[in-house]
Design a protein around this ligand. Structure first.
Ligand code: C2E
Ligand code: CA
Ligand code: CA
Ligand code: CA
Length: 278
């Protein structure tokens, strides 16, 4: 609180209470927000290295809140999880994404979609059956769906996650370990899990042009992943230098602002068309 010429000037800094209240308010509105179309799915392309072939897209949720404006998933996803509503979020994103893949298939395009899971999905024994029902409903083969789980989520309770991951894998679904390198994976566990892909965390990819330590981490994840027979994906590819180094190391897939930011469905269509026209 500062005073200027006797007049009080208040800087707006939300208190912990206000932040808590906003989260609480948002969570209570979440279901309705989905029904009203405030919650949407954007898609970020993933391309093959070397080359530019579009292999798939990652579905990333967005919330355009009437009062708070665009709210970041890093803010509302944890609140939705804490409120026990993550099943609602995951179902919405899965349905939206599989509907998109279905329409691509109808146009003769095979583009896979990756959906982010929460650790709470892994505690839900019925989850694989629900995913199977959705694949059937949209007529999408399992191999066109990737499910991304963070390293720390999988490692939180691997014994519990394992049977669920096995069922998902048996549906032909690709399983990816997200944010790889930030958790504390036991190599023994990674080998036991029916995982197909590792995604190198973007923090290492950002640094790999300038920081030898980050470069070494990226290189060892590529080697480790390949020695376990996994596809290695790098996220957060922002610069040509990072892209070129990843390609030289043999990293399989790149995703990042250099290729494209996450796009609305309409903008993604335009982006895909501009690429195939070239
Ligand atoms: P994530 O799964 O690690 O997703 C990648 C994040 O990095 C996305 O942020 C994406 O926009 C951003 N990103 C991609 N390429 C670049 C780049 O080159 N540079 C930079 N600076 N950033 C890049 P976003 O969309 O804000 O999502 C944040 C996190 O929210 C996600 O991290 C994921 O953990 C969570 N999330 C998003 N959508 C969903 C969802 O549908 N369900 C669940 N459970 N979590 C979600
Ligand atoms: Ca992800
Ligand atoms: Ca598999
Ligand atoms: Ca990530």
């Amino acid at each position: 609180r500062a005073t200027r010429g006797g007049e009080e000037v208040k800087a707006y800094v939300p208190s912990m209470g206000q932040i808590f209240l906003r989260r609480f308010q948002m969570v209570t509105q979440f279901r309705q927000a989905i029904e009203e179309g405030q919650v949407t799915v954007h898609y970020q392309p993933k391309v093959a290295l070397p080359g530019k072939q579009v292999l798939g897209v990652e579905a990333l949720v967005r919330w355009q809140h009437p009062e708070f404006g665009r709210v970041n998933p890093d803010e509302f996803v944890p609140a939705v999880e804490a409120a026990g509503l993550v099943g609602v979020l995951t179902s919405f994103v899965l349905e939206t994404a599989l509907d998109r893949v279905r329409r691509w298939l109808d146009e003769g395009l095979r583009i896979s979609v990756a959906v982010n899971l929460s650790v709470r999905n892994l505690a839900d024994e019925d989850f694989p059956d629900r995913v199977a029902a959705l694949l059937e409903r949209f007529g999408v083969p399992g191999e066109l769906l990737t499910l991304e789980l963070t390293e720390s989520d999988v490692m939180q309770d691997p014994e519990r996650a394992l049977p669920i991951l096995r069922k998902l894998s048996d549906l032909g679904i690709e399983l990816a370990v997200d944010d790889f390198g930030t958790g504390y994976s036991s190599l023994a566990y990674l080998r036991q899990l029916p995982v197909d892909q590792v995604k190198i965390d973007k923090s290492f990819v950002f640094g790999m042009g300038t920081d030898l330590g980050d470069l070494a981490v990226v290189r060892s994840i590529v080697e480790l992943g390949h020695s376990l027979g996994l596809t290695v994906v790098a996220e957060g590819v922002e610069e040509d230098l990072a892209r070129d180094r990843l390609e030289a190391m043999g990293c399989d897939v790149a995703q990042g602002y250099l290729i494209s930011r996450p796009l609305s469905e309409e903008r993604l269509e335009a982006w895909l068309q501009a690429r195939t026209a070239r």
